[in-house]
Design a protein. Structure first.
Length: 68
């Protein structure tokens, strides 16, 4: 379930510049999980950390190291 929720959230992010800005301002993976929950998506920080740089770049500019 978590992986499907994350994919659905990422699809939503691609089309929502306000959501992209919220994610860019996130300081941790837990912040990203909380933002996802705000938008009705349940996933874990572990699932986010499994994303590739290319997947992140496609969604919000790819600053994966920002969350570590």
């Amino acid at each position: 379930m978590s992986e499907e929720q994350l994919k659905a959230f990422l699809t939503k992010v691609k089309g929502d510049s306000n959501l992209q800005e919220k994610l860019k301002a996130a300081n941790s993976l837990e912040d990203v999980v909380s933002i996802g929950k705000e938008y009705g998506h349940e996933f874990t920080s572990e699932k986010i950390s499994q994303l590739s740089e290319e997947e992140l770049e496609e969604v919000v500019g790819g600053n994966k190291s920002h969350y570590y």
